[in-house]
Design a protein around this ligand. Structure first.
Ligand code: HEM
Length: 444
């Protein structure tokens, strides 16, 4: 699949599309907004989005007969991550949880599944041809093809572009307000203003960075949360252990006269950290990373391998221009690195630091490949980890999740991100129906 061309279609000249010096220039301006302290300050924003789910779910459960209800978790996760991104990244209230018909959140809901899942034969052939055509020609074709799946992407991009332009204009007009604001767009606009004219991002490039946050920051985190909750239902004892840790911490905070968790409190919740790491290891939502060799080179191997003709090699030669697909699950579930039980969801593996990961130091987080590695690694990994931690604390504290009979039919659909869908119901998009009930006050 011509990933770069599709990235350009959905985001314009964003980090995901530009290369070389342009990539360095974009990344330099984007990076300050993604620093540890900036993102830690967003934890209350993540809790606010998670708390609005709690409020909605409690309203739904209060009128149900047995105080429990089957809820499609990805729908809610997608709306909550939309609001978290809106407040945290843009200082903007999309109201996705309150108003599920918010145009933009509806447009992004299931966008990647609608565009990429179950491609028709025609699309498979078209995509294969795109690989041989010049980038400009493919971009032109994607811009004008009547194909409904591609048109769906264009409409969403155009709606988001309008919103992004208005946000940038508002931020750029009010310089005094910009000073005090800590949301990512304010930091981005400020960093851009401080750059020399030569290095500054154009308005089109700034808009593209906002579009990449919509694309990169929504379905990835929402689906990661859904997969995590599914695993916590498959192994209820892990869910109970996590809840006990969270409730114990809540009691500790209450003794200190506090009600809200901070990022530092997460550091003292080892089982929460272990669950998040294990979920990101076991269910990486981006499973392929595409790289291209810029010159003739050799990829060194950590262990020698035998080729089909019986030769032992310790490096793989690549030609200039050759494309290499890196498989994230192959690394994340490697028995050499994670041990014989690498195929089992087991947060406990992270509790003993000496055993956690015997592999090379490679990724951004927990030495996993989930957020990729190197100059094009995920810029939003801290955002995603803190968001997942906050959502899990809020939801596991307030609700018990159990499997429903439909969970037997959950399958992984690859549509640029790995989405839970139900067998035979792909057209309904992401589905992970879990039974939800309130936790007992006596458990707290
Ligand atoms: C669990 C959630 C997430 C996962 C698994 C994830 C994973 C990744 C991966 C694997 C890449 C590299 C893609 C490639 O090279 O083809 C990437 C890039 C990127 N991600 Fe994430 N991501 C997540 C959440 C986020 C969030 C929340 C944001 C922003 C708020 C974000 C922003 C970005 C950006 C800007 C890039 C492009 C970086 C560059 O090219 O320099 N991501 N992400």
């Amino acid at each position: 699949m011509p990933i770069r061309q599709y990235s350009q279609l959905l985001t314009g000249p964003s980090l995901l599309y530009v290369e070389g010096d342009d990539h360095k220039r974009h990344r330099k301006i984007m990076t300050p907004a993604f620093g540890g302290s900036q993102l830690k300050a967003l934890v209350p924003v993540f809790f606010e989005a998670a708390a609005s789910i709690t409020k909605k779910w409690k309203d739904i459960l209060s009128v149900s007969e047995d105080q429990s209800e089957v809820l499609n978790v990805p729908t809610w996760a997608s709306r909550a991550t939309f609001d978290a991104l809106g407040h945290g990244a843009f200082g903007y209230d999309f109201g996705a949880i309150e108003n599920q018909d918010s145009d933009l959140s509806r447009a992004y809901k299931n966008l990647l599944t609608d565009m990429y899942a179950a491609p028709t034969d025609g699309m498979i052939i078209e995509n294969a041809l795109y690989e041989y055509l010049p980038l400009k020609v493919v971009s032109w074709m994607l811009e004008y093809t009547p194909n409904a799946k591609i048109a769906r992407g264009r409409t969403t991009r155009d709606m988001a572009t309008d919103v992004a332009r208005r946000m940038i204009l508002a931020k750029s007009e009010d310089l005094a307000e910009l000073e005090g604001n800590k949301d990512l767009i304010s930091l981005l606009v400020k960093a851009n203003m401080l750059e020399t004219a030569r290095n500054r991002l154009s308005e089109k490039e700034l808009v593209a960075q906002i579009l990449i946050l919509f694309l990169g920051g929504l379905e990835s985190t929402a689906n990661s949360l859904s997969w995590t909750l599914l695993e916590l239902c498959r192994q209820p004892e892990i869910q109970t252990k996590l809840r006990q840790e969270i409730h114990a911490k809540e009691r500790e905070l209450a003794r200190e006269g506090r009600t809200e968790f901070t990022a530092e409190d997460f550091d003292n919740l080892p089982y929460l950290i272990a669950v998040v790491k294990e979920s990101l290891r076991y269910h990486p939502v981006l499973i392929h990373i595409l790289k291209m060799a810029m010159e003739n080179d050799c990829i060194p191997l950590s262990q020698p391998i035998k080729t089909e003709d019986g030769k032992q090699i310790d490096q793989i030669p690549v030609r200039k221009g050759q494309k290499v697909f890196v498989s994230v699950p192959a690394f994340n579930r490697s028995k050499v690195i994670f041990g014989e039980d690498a195929h089992v969801f087991k947060p406990e593996r992270w509790l003993d630091k000496s055993k956690a990961n015997k592999g090379p130091s490679i990724g951004m987080y927990a030495n996993l490949l989930t957020f990729s590695t190197g100059v094009q690694s995920c810029l939003g990994w801290r955002f995603a980890v803190l968001e997942l931690q906050a959502f899990l604390v809020e939801l596991i504290s307030n609700f018990e999740f159990t499997l429903t009979p439909e969970c037997e039919n959950i399958r992984k659909e690859y549509s640029r991100v790995v989405v839970p869908t139900l067998e035979g119901e792909l057209s309904k998009g992401a589905q992970c129906p879990l039974r939800v009930r309130c936790t007992k006050m006596s458990d707290r």
